[in-house]
Design a protein around this ligand. Sequence first.
Ligand code: ADP
Ligand code: MG
Length: 266
Amino acid sequence: TRQTVMQQERLRAFGQMASGIAHDINNTISPAALYTESLLETETGMSRQARRTLQTIQRALNDVSNTLTRLTDLYRQREPQVVSAPIDLNQLVRQTIELTNARWSAMPQQNGIVIRMVTELAHGIPSIRGLENELREVLVNLIFNAVDAMPSGGTLTLRTGIAKTGSGEGEPAGIRGVYLEVVDTGVGMDEEARRRCMEPFFTTKGDRGTGLGLVMVQGVMERHSGELEIDSAVGKGTTVRLTFTATEAAVSRPAPTAYAGTASKP
Ligand code: ADP
Ligand code: MG
C-alpha cells in the first residue's frame, strides 16, 4: 500500500540520518577512548582515585559505542536474505506461544488472557522461506504488544491462512501467499498512535516502552519481502497482519485447527 511505502521511505531516511550521526559521534569519542586507555596503561604513578575516574570514563565511552552499534545495526540495510530455510508458520506460532508463556501468564490481568491459535487449513499451510530467529522475534514483539494492550484481560488470536498476494503492479495476481495475524481485543490505537506507531522511539508506554518493536518488525518484514498491515480501533482491539510469499513446496505437516491456552489462574 502507499502508506507502507511511505513508512519504509521515512524509516530509510531516518536510518541514514541515524547512521550519519552515529558515525560522527564515533569519530569524536574514539580518540577520547584511546587517550583514556593509554593514560591508564602508561601513567602507573597515578592515584587510585584518578585511576577509578578514568576507568569510569572508559566504561561510559564503551557504553556509548555499544549503543551506537546497536542503533546502526537496527537500521543497516542488509542484503536481501539469501540463506533462508523453509518455515512452517504454524510451528513457529506454537513455539512462540510457549516461549512467551512466562510473560503473559505472569501478567496480573484480572480476567486473564486467553491465547488461541487458529489455522484456516486443517491440513497445514504452505511453508515460507525465511529466517526462523528473526520471525520468532517478530512474533514475540507482536505478542508482547498485544499483551500490553490488554491490561484487564482479553483474547489473543494467532491466525494463519492462505492470502492472495501480487495485487501490486508488475506482479502477477493470484500468487499464493501465507498470512499470519496477531489479533487482540485490547485498548486499540488512537489516531496519533496509528499514524506514528512505526516511527522509531514512538511509544505510549513511557519508560516501559522503547518504541523500537514495530521498527524491528518492519525491518524483518522488508528483508522477507513480506507485507505488514495494522488495523486498529480504539476500545476494540488491534490486528497486525503479516503476509509472506509461499514457497512452491507442498503443504507443511498437519496442524491442529485450534490451540487454546489461558493465562488466568482460577
Ligand atoms: P513499544 O511496545 O516499546 O511501545 P512498539 O514499536 O512495539 O514499541 O509499539 C509502538 C506503539 O504502538 C506502542 O507504544 C503502542 O502505542 C502502539 N501499539 C503497538 N501495538 C499495539 C497493540 N497491539 N495495541 C495497541 N497499541 C499498540
Ligand atoms: Mg512493543
